[in-house]
Write a protein that binds this ligand. Structure first.
Ligand SMILES: NC(=O)c1ccc[n+]([C@@H]2O[C@H](COP(=O)([O-])OP(=O)(O)OC[C@H]3O[C@@H](n4cnc5c(N)ncnc54)[C@H](O)[C@@H]3O)[C@@H](O)[C@H]2O)c1
Ligand SMILES: O=c1ccn([C@@H]2O[C@H](COP(=O)(O)OP(=O)(O)O[C@H]3O[C@H](CO)[C@@H](O)[C@H](O)[C@H]3O)[C@@H](O)[C@H]2O)c(=O)[nH]1
Length: 637
């Protein structure tokens, strides 16, 4: 480790800039070539961007006029930028929302009927905000009245025109990717901030003076300072406030999470200008989120909270997975343990499902990020603690692959193994960072006759491309086949590994996606509406009111149409539309649920089911001739 170096930091925000010398504890966080300075505000008693509290009422402490927000720009039209922009536009019809991205193909997809992101409920929200709606009427039997619903003008645009999109905005949200760095200092641990740096430079060039710049990407603590410095370098005479507003949506439930978030976190400077910027952003969310759920904190707390939230969620999964290994040895049942501990209201029951481990683009990356920051701060015990969460995750998936190997008598040669589920979780078509790919690689090394993969939500091309990145050896790769239905997948297989808990695989069968879709639209004021004459529609109904109106007109119907009020404008694809021609994926999971009786008839002995997600009932499947092994399922007394 390099010896401490002195670095000069300019603390701004007060009328006169103060120059203070601090001792950087490691050169890992310093501005090495190509590495932005995102070192956390270590060794300082308070945030370096906050001026010391003043006792006099000078100009810097007088509250400023509230900011009027008419135009918002999202930089980055990805998993976070696209859906978040759509929800903000949907609930704030008076605000123009533009989403800009360098990727023209992605932007074109957002402007077409084939959105680049598959999330339940998202297409309808995008259509309402992006295309506007028709004027319409609805008959309400409860109050025996016909209600007129005004048309809506479009207020959501997707574009590659960064200059104009950013230039018109009162608030600019940076939502670009921050993957784990693969090269140089911090490789394999810290976040690669090159996209954040690039986006910040673009914002610095085009943003109008006084714009609020929001850091929405998940970043190491201290990144807001880097953004502020970039803005100051490019536009020294302009005033920009940088606000942190991390996103907590999960893939597969993005719309539900955005529609009804547990909290919105806004971190800002505690100067009048910082508080004004936070208030402006708060006003946007207040379009549909109750104020009590909007938390305002300091910038560094906000940045760090995001990493800690993910680390603690992942830690719960690793904790229960570690116990699953003990259960198998001791004869206990991990699902019973989860129920037993989850009933304690201090612990709660969520994120206690034992399985093959956590995948996805966030948990691993964010824990690496957190551990790296701890390491840079010389808090090695803290860093080791969080790395332990990842160690258990790796151990759990290796343990599962070894279990499959053992169950097949330690020999896979000449055998076919079926894989049910490739996505890192159900309800998404995201194939990146799936747990399945690691297990498949481990099994493929055992030279089976075939590994057949089936996922009801992912496209075969994407699965193969992900597998190809992990298995480079051609003959090994040739054993891996992607099938488009469960019949071909299981025909002649000796074992099935369930790796994603899609409802298709459950046995006995479970209520499925449609139940989720309708509950998405359930409003809390429904009863109020039934009580009639509440006049809730008023002259300016909100989209929440219209959702309740839809509930009301469809109540009692078996099949709820997509657009019961007939508000949506028609959508059409051009001839030879690329989106129509590429193999479609369905994030809600297409195809019929598995018929386990039929599967039993097609499989070879020993007809093993290795249930990596505990979604089948072993006693029930055993009645059909299967041998079942779940996760954390000891044999009992
Ligand atoms: N995916 C999730 O579920 C999720 C949830 C919460 C937070 N996050 C965080 O949000 C951030 C974004 O994640 P994502 O999943 O949306 O990423 P993504 O890769 O899906 O999208 C990022 C987009 O940014 C664009 N982009 C990159 N540099 C740009 C630039 N200079 N100018 C304009 N556009 C640019 C890319 O073309 C891409 O379309 C990450 O920090 C991630 O950790 C993700
Ligand atoms: O009890 C559980 C819960 C989840 N998982 C697995 O954990 C992974 C992550 O699941 P989830 O958290 O639902 O999905 P993500 O889309 O990765 O969302 C996480 O990561 C996002 C990106 O930062 C955050 O915004 C979300 O709040 C956070 O839940 C998946 O492989 C799940 O199968 C389990 O194994 N057991």
């Amino acid at each position: 480790m390099a010896s401490p170096v002195n670095r000069t930091v300019i603390i701004s925000g007060d009328s006169a800039s103060t120059i203070e010398t601090v001792t950087a504890r490691s050169e890992l966080g310093s501005t090495a070539a190509g590495t932005p300075d995102t070192s956390p505000p270590t060794s300082r008693s308070r945030s370096p961007d906050e001026p010391k509290a003043s006792t006099s009422t000078d100009a810097s402490t007088v509250p400023l006029e509230p900011m009027e927000v008419k135009n918002i720009c999202f930089v980055g039209a990805g998993f976070v930028g696209g859906p978040t922009a759509a929800l903000i536009a949907f609930h704030n019809p008076h605000i123009q929302v533009t989403v800009v991205d360098l990727n023209a193909e992605r932007v074109a997809a957002w402007n077409s009927p084939h959105l680049p992101i598959h999330e339940t409920g998202l297409p309808k929200i995008v259509r309402i905000a992006r295309d506007g709606t028709n004027e319409t009427t609805a008959f309400l039997p409860t109050i025996n009245k016909t209600i007129k619903v005004a048309p809506r003008t479009p207020n959501l645009t997707f574009s590659t025109d960064l200059e104009n999109g950013i230039g018109a905005a009162d608030i600019v949200l940076i939502c670009v990717n921050t993957p784990t760095k693969t090269y140089g200092i911090g490789a394999g641990m810290t976040a690669d901030l090159s996209a954040v740096e690039g986006a910040s430079e673009t914002v610095a060039k085009y943003a109008k003076n006084g714009a609020v710049v929001v850091e929405k990407s998940t970043v190491p603590t201290g990144t807001a300072r880097m953004i502020r410095e970039i803005l100051a370098q490019y536009r020294p005479r302009c005033e920009f406030e940088v606000v942190s507003n991390p996103e907590f949506l999960a893939e597969g439930t993005a719309v539900r999470d955005l529609m009804n978030p547990d909290r919105i976190l806004i971190g800002s400077n505690t100067t009048p200008a910082g508080l004004r910027a936070a208030a402006a952003l708060k006003g946007v969310y207040a379009g549909w989120v109750p104020e009590s759920k909007i938390l305002t904190v300091n910038t560094w707390s906000s940045e760090l909270t995001k990493l800690v939230a993910n680390a603690m969620l992942a830690q719960r999964i690793s904790s229960i997975n570690s116990i699953s290994a003990m259960c198998e040895e001791l004869g206990a049942d991990v699902q019973e343990i989860s129920r037993g501990i989850g009933a304690d209201s201090r612990l709660g029951k969520k994120f206690l499902h034992a399985g093959v481990g956590f995948g996805g683009s966030c948990f691993e990356k964010d824990i690496l990020n957190l551990s790296y920051m701890a390491r840079v701060l010389h808090l090695d015990t803290v860093a080791d603690y969080w790395m332990g969460v990842l160690d258990i995750n790796k151990y759990q998936r290796q343990r599962f692959a070894e279990k499959v190997h053992r169950a097949l008598n330690g020999n896979l040669r000449g055998k076919k193994v079926a894989i049910f589920g490739f996505a890192f979780k159900e309800g998404t078509n995201d194939t990146r960072n799936s747990i399945a790919v690691h297990i498949i690689r481990q099994l493929a090394n055992e030279r089976p006759r075939e590994i057949a993969i089936f996922d009801p939500g992912c496209s075969p091309e994407e699965i193969l491309s992900e597998v190809g990145q992990h298995i480079q050896d051609e003959p090994t790769l040739a054993q891996v086949k992607v099938r488009t239905n469960w019949r071909e997948t299981t025909d002649g297989a000796s074992a099935i590994c369930i790796l994603t808990p899609w409802y298709h695989f459950h046995y006995p069968k479970q209520a499925q996606a449609t139940a989720r879709r309708t509950s998405l639209w359930n409003g809390s004021k429904e009863q109020q509406l039934a009580d009639a004459n509440t006049g809730f529609l008023g002259p300016h109904p909100t989209e929440m009111d219209l959702i309740e109106l839809e509930n009301c007109v469809t109540r009692g119907k078996n099949k709820v149409p997509l657009d019961p009020l007939k508000r949506l404008k028609p959508e059409a694809c051009p001839e030879n539309c690329k989106g129509c021609n590429t193999s479609s994926t369905n994030a809600e999971g297409g195809g019929d649920p598995v018929d386990w009786e039929e599967v039993s008839a097609m499989m070879k002995l020993p007809k093993l089911v290795l249930d990596g997600r505990n979604v089948v009932s072993a006693p029930e499947l055993e009645k059909l001739g299967f041998k079942v092994q779940g996760i954390g399922k000891g044999v009992g007394m």
